[in-house]
Ligand binder design. Structure first.
Ligand code: HEC
Length: 138
């Protein structure tokens, strides 16, 4: 059996996938090129994203972080982060946000849930400008 890259698997659906260059330009300036992050400053984007993309609460959190940003203390692999990520809703369309989430979930998270423009729009409408921190899954 041939293993297809995540991107080609979900191209068949409505779900867009960002190009690597777009990820690097929009997210990678902080989270770095392969999502490795900077300990204590920018959290890594890794397997937990794939797990979160597989649950409703996790999807809600991921969309909310990118749309509204995140500020507050979190802990990843025993390292604390107390930073601020800016919300991206003013600079990205919902389709672009879906594409970037699909890229990080698939490439770095090993996940398979596919975000769509509609999903981002719906989750955003329900959440408004709520602080993302309270939505973070355990
Ligand atoms: C200006 C720097 C910056 C940019 C650009 C940025 N982030 Fe972040 N991101 C952060 C910081 C800082 C945090 C942690 C915030 C905190 O400590 O409360 C974070 C947190 C996150 C989290 C939550 C991680 C967790 O464990 O809860 C996700 C998911 C995430 N970013 C994804 C993205 C994606 C996807 C993009 C591109 C659309 C992006 N980020 C762009 C700085 C950035």
């Amino acid at each position: 059996m041939v293993a297809l890259p995540y991107a080609s698997l979900i191209q068949a659906s409505e779900a867009p996938v960002a190009e690597p260059g777009e990820y690097v330009r929009v997210c990678g300036i902080c989270h770095l090129e392969r999502g490795e992050g900077v300990p204590g400053a920018f959290p890594p984007l890794d397997a937990r994203l794939g797990a979160w993309a597989g649950t409703e609460q996790g999807r809600r959190y991921l969309v909310n972080v990118v749309v509204n940003g995140l500020h507050g203390q979190i802990e990843v692999d025993g390292v604390r982060y107390f930073g601020a990520m800016p919300g991206m809703a003013h600079q990205l369309s919902y389709r672009e946000i879906a594409g970037l989430l699909n890229y990080v979930v698939g490439e770095f998270g090993g996940g398979s849930a596919a975000f769509t423009e509609k999903m981002v729009d719906e989750i955003r409408a329900v959440n408004g400008a709520v602080q993302s921190l309270g939505l973070r899954p355990e």
